[in-house]
Design a protein around this ligand. Sequence first.
Ligand SMILES: [Zn+2]
Length: 114
Amino acid sequence: MKTITKQQSKDIKLIGKFVEVYCAGKHRGAERTPFALPAGVGERNLCPECASFLGYAVTRRLKCPLEAEKPSCKHCRTHCYAKPQLAKVKEIMAYSGRKLMMRGRLDYIWHYFF
Ligand SMILES: [Zn+2]
């Protein structure tokens, strides 16, 4: 099993949570299976489409060359994702951000946007 940094595991947990919220809200009818995050970060129940997106996001995060220079992906994901995935992550963030806000999960919002 690959070891990852604390910051990587934090970011991966976060994007996993966002994708899960998005999937649960947007793909209600879809069949979801557990998607295992790397390095013991946990798993998320996702439809195949969201699982493949999250797989991509996780890979990008683990490959990020700016590790030492940045506190989190929030500042650089625009440079990191390919166009279609970038559009998708923006949609997911907007959707799940609103949902989590309504549920009072400000800890997630706080971590991500500030
Ligand atoms: Zn989904």
